[in-house]
Design a protein around this ligand. Structure first.
Ligand code: SF4
Length: 459
């Protein structure tokens, strides 16, 4: 994964000054928020959220056991299982499978984990073309970009921009009608489906009791990528496993509504292994790569609940920071509030030290999260961890004394007088120079509430 979070400050400045981008984002995210709200009118969201949270908590607490049950059942179904500790190991395994089948072209359906391991550029180095077949992913691949959103990869592009892109890259006429653009993408991608040997997909859920791989989607491209090929490789995180179909029912009611405002996505595929001897369709081999990449380090920590995420993207749509800068500014394949947690947790704080601070802590993300992850509390905890290790001595001094001040009324009264006096000079501005360029100057009243109350000025 291309981690550029160190450059977050310069990336967000660049993105925030792009008026077209902000307008595209604002339109698309507001529409998504509206659709989500409408679709939840007919179900009891708090009840489903609580159920989903409990199911995920149970599943992640018993991850080892569920994974081993899934593994046994999937092997029984004829799948081959590979546990990958790192992206490098996952990529090497996928390459081995591709070479065994002599694959030159792969069709890939949307999957954040495949973005995380960077499988497309990796295979390209070995002469294997991996084509994105989800429309949004196909658009960003043509543009040479990474996805800007977890569920809507090309959310940052307008119809006109996409039309221009198709004209330049695949020679279509300039026409920004969505039906026309979709038909053109379909025309190109059908050829790829017919010529590909290898199909790569992610998974939304893994069912331990049966070994099924569950994929939800709207375009049917995942079905083609997993069935019209000789070999299918599923690449997914170890945290996707749940116990049984009864648990899946809860997520099916939440996922579509949270991501696109749909009761259910157009396709829900349950894949159970390679084609049988008497079957004509389906892959000859199915491989399941289960990626760890830092996930197991979260077990037993206060960040364990981050593993509950079902990647619906709802927290991105309601985040005022994401809505202003889009996904690319995060410098990670996982943008938005959940990306600001996942990126430093999977790749180390040192690789994304700014991301937990890319939040207003308004709590919108926590409110909409279908699995009830307390995202803004998690972000706050991450800030604490980062600053307690890397904060400057001035910051440590300020926060230590701030705490003492807030605990002692006499000290609080004295300090509020000192700060008001400083605010009348340029000294406060000088002391807090890191604060002022980005925020409005707080206006301090000449006298405190207590003084005014005592003097009878306010009653
Ligand atoms: S953190 Fe919650 S809201 Fe955000 S993508 Fe994950 S499941 Fe969806």
């Amino acid at each position: 994964m291309d981690l550029r979070s160190r450059q977050f400050a310069s990336l967000y400045r660049h993105e925030i000054s792009n008026g077209q981008l902000r307008s595209n984002l604002s339109k698309a995210t507001l529409q998504a928020v509206d659709k989500r709200a409408q679709s939840f009118q007919e179900v009891d969201f708090p009840f489903l959220q609580k159920e989903a949270r409990n199911i995920k908590r149970e599943a992640i607490s018993n991850l080892n056991e569920l994974l081993s049950r899934f593994e046994d059942n999937a092997r029984r179904n004829g799948c081959k299982i590979f546990y990958a500790q790192t992206p490098e190991k996952a990529n090497a395994y996928i390459l081995g499978v591709a070479q065994k089948f002599g694959a030159r072209t792969a069709v890939k359906s949307k999957s954040m984990v495949t973005e995380e391991i960077g499988v497309v550029p990796f295979l390209a180095k070995y002469g294997i073309e991996a084509v994105e077949t989800d429309l949004g992913e196909y658009i960003v691949q043509l543009a040479g970009e990474s996805p800007s959103h977890i569920t809507t990869p090309a959310i940052h592009k307008s119809r006109t921009e996409i039309s221009r892109l198709f004209h330049e890259k695949i020679g279509t006429e300039l026409n920004d009608d969505p039906a026309f653009l979709t038909a053109e993408a379909r025309r190109v991608l059908r050829e790829k489906f017919l010529s590909a040997d290898l199909g790569i997909s992610g998974a939304n859920f893994l069912i331990a009791e049966t070994g099924d791989v569950v994929i939800v989607e709207n375009e049917g491209n995942a079905r083609l990528s997993t069935s019209a090929v000789k070999v299918h490789v599923v690449v997914t995180g170890i945290e996707k496993v749940i116990s049984n179909f009864s648990d899946l029912r809860i997520f099916m009611r939440l996922l579509g509504r949270s991501s696109t405002g749909q009761k259910l996505t157009s396709y829900v595929s349950l894949l159970r292994g390679p084609k049988g001897e008497d079957e004509t369709d389906g892959p000859e081999e199915v491989h399941i790569v289960l990626l760890d990449n830092g996930r197991s380090n979260l077990l037993g920590t206060e960040h364990q609940e981050v593993l509950h995420c079902i990647r619906c993207g709802a927290c991105l749509n309601v985040c005022p920071v994401y809505r202003s800068i889009g996904g690319h500014a995060y410098g990670s394949v996982y943008p938005g509030p959940i990306g600001s947690l996942v990126t430093p947790l999977y790749f180390g704080n040192e690789n994304a030290p700014d991301l937990p601070f890319a939040s207003s802590l308004c709590g919108n993300c926590t409110e909409v999260c279908p699995v009830g992850i307390e995202i803004h509390h998690q972000l706050l905890a991450m800030r604490h961890e980062i600053k307690s290790k890397s904060g400057t001595s001035v910051e440590r001094f300020i926060f230590k004394n701030y705490r003492k001040t807030m605990l002692r009324p006499g000290r609080y009264r004295l300090m509020s007088k000192v700060v008001r006096a400083l605010a009348r000079t340029s000294l406060l501005r000088l002391l807090m120079r890191g604060w002022y360029p980005y925020r409005e100057t707080p206006q301090f009243p000449p006298r405190s509430f207590r003084e005014m109350y005592k003097s009878g000025e306010i009653k």
